[in-house]
Design a protein around this ligand. Structure first.
Ligand code: NAD
Length: 495
């Protein structure tokens, strides 16, 4: 996508300055509760509850209009809002920030998803309709890796199902999230007459997240983030939809189309500088094609690091935190989501600015293999055969059951890996994002709920099942016997 970055930066600076002055907007002095921006969790929940009651009295057609407004803003303003997200978070790649907003606006399922799933039973005893009802107010926690995109997808899914939401964004992506919420609500209020369908805490903290987890007015929580927030949500005592961390492994066997595999790995792993939770994070290649695969990666445009350079990068970009048993490796904040050229420069290597991905051979003990690095360097590990590749991929995935990828022409290897890793998303012969409908079939969401089992979240995820039965005079009340005879009980059965 061609864009004039200077022009956009100026526009964003003006908008952010405006945001500072407008009451009820991001970082304004008085939030005042306008257009969904509330400093206090109680106020936010109560406004979202009020909005939920208003929405419940409206026809489904109004939900569709509301979703259309969110889609329109997300698509039409993707350049401005994507640039704002890039300026604030300073991680990832601008073109992908923009593309994510546009794609979520276009392809997140809305009300129609529920309409396709109506279930009706009709027979001798009347009629039963399975309905999908809203929960009420949902508490949403969103990550820094896709602050406004996650919020936008969550809002479309949740409102399509008739809910409203209160969002605690990541502190490093709070301004763009708050500005997005203000714009969505402002337009919805103007065009449909309801405010505060999406509420947000503009100065989010762990305490405000904790208040949302415990609040009696919140019926369900949906968290998207790493291990700490996933654990906190699972321990919250509330029903939770948990979209947790991943560390997606890739297996390349001797039957793979290596050039296709290389192009796919670069496309997926380099997208937004490897910030996607579904992105390729480490690759296991069988030894008979290992050297050819490394060459295919170079042909496809990735820059190969030598063993010494990999070593330097590991020492520079991965840091240890915690003490004793709790000691573990994490990506350094200085390199998270940075360009490949920035990573290369840090180890004294110069690569062309447009280089999308660095890669190099490591052994399985290198921290880049188990750590969810979220930066554009991918370790390639040489293994004896596909069995070893699958076993090591399983270990590297840590049992998150999030995403895994194989490049192979052997259906048995595909099946074996699918069974062994048992991940929510399993991609064969394509980049990771094919699993979210980008270059593959299906729909998109940036909240993929592995630990709690909902998978790629949709409007249906945010509904309660209700059954509505019509019996009328098919069944004679009082006598407790049906006018249409019930089947005879089986003879000789148990109790
Ligand atoms: P993060 O875990 O640091 O933060 C995510 C959110 O949780 C933020 O809003 C943060 O403020 C909040 N949070 C963190 N610890 C918390 C706690 N103890 N209690 C309450 N709230 C807490 O993650 P991040 O760096 O923003 O995002 C990257 C992580 O998110 C990666 O691990 C990635 O795999 C994961 N992710 C998963 C999905 C998915 O769909 N499964 C999607 C996007 C990102």
């Amino acid at each position: 996508m061609q864009i004039n970055e200077d022009l956009i930066r100026n526009v964003v600076a003006q908008v952010l300055a405006e945001v500072e002055r407008v009451p009820g907007s991001a970082n304004g002095r008085a939030h005042g509760g306008r257009h969904g921006v509330f400093e206090d969790v109680d106020d936010a929940v109560s406004a979202a509850r009020d909005a939920f009651e208003q929405l419940s009295r409206r026809p489904v057609a109004d939900r569709k209009r509301i979703i259309e407004i969110i889609r329109r803003i997300s698509i039409d303003q993707c350049v401005e809002l994507g640039t704002m997200e890039m300026e604030e978070t300073r991680i990832g790649r601008l073109e992908h920030k923009i593309e994510k907003l546009k794609t979520l606006g276009e392809r997140t399922p809305g009300v129609e998803f529920l309409e396709q799933r109506k279930e009706v039973y009709s027979g001798d005893y009347g009629l039963a309709v399975i309905e999908h009802a809203p929960f009420g107010v949902i508490g949403a926690i969103t990550p820094v890796t896709h602050s406004l995109p996650t919020l936008t997808g969550n809002a479309i899914n949740m409102i399509a199902a008739g809910n409203t939401l209160v969002v605690n964004p990541h502190p490093s992506g709070k301004r763009v999230a708050t500005e997005g919420v203000r714009r969505f609500n402002e337009a919805i209020r103007r065009e449909v007459g309801i405010d505060n369908l999406i509420c947000i805490i503009p100065e989010p903290t762990l305490e405000s997240a904790g208040e949302i987890f415990k609040h009696r007015g919140i019926s369900l929580i949906c968290v998207t983030g790493g291990p700490a927030v996933a654990r906190a949500a699972l321990n919250s005592g509330k029903r939770a939809v948990v979209a947790g961390p991943g560390n997606p492994p890739v297996v390349v066997d001797e039957t793979a189309d290596l050039d296709r595999a290389a192009r796919s790995i670069i496309r997926g792993a380099a997208y937004d500088n490897n910030l996607l939770c579904i992105a390729e994070k480490e690759v296991f290649v069988v030894s008979s094609v290992f050297d050819a695969m490394m060459k295919a990666m170079e042909r496809a445009g990735a820059a190969r690091l030598s063993a010494g350079e990999v070593d330097k990068l590991t020492k520079t970009a991965i840091v240890q935190v915690g003490d004793g048993d709790k000691k573990h490796d994490i990506p350094s904040k200085d390199f998270l989501g940075q360009d490949a050229a920035v990573l290369a420069k840090a180890i004294g290597r110069s690569v062309p600015q447009q280089t999308e991905l660095l890669f190099g051979e490591t052994d399985e003990g290198n921290p880049f293999v188990p750590v969810e690095q979220m930066m554009p360097f991918i370790p390639f590990v040489r293994v004896r055969n596909v069995d070893e590749a699958i076993a090591k991929a399983k270990e590297a995935e840590h049992g998150f059951r999030h995403t895994s990828i194989i490049h192979s022409s052997d259906v048995r290897n595909m099946t074996r890996m699918g069974r062994e890793l048992d991940t929510t998303l399993f991609v064969k012969n394509g980049p990771c994002m094919a699993s979210l409908g980008l270059g593959g079939e299906g729909y998109i969401s940036f909240s993929i709920a592995g630990p709690t089992g909902e998978g790629v979240t949709t409007p249906l995820t945010f509904t309660r099942e209700r059954r509505c039965s019509l019996i009328d005079d098919l069944y004679v009340l009082g006598k407790q016997e049906p006018r249409v005879p019930l089947p005879e009980p089986k003879q000789g059965g148990g109790t």
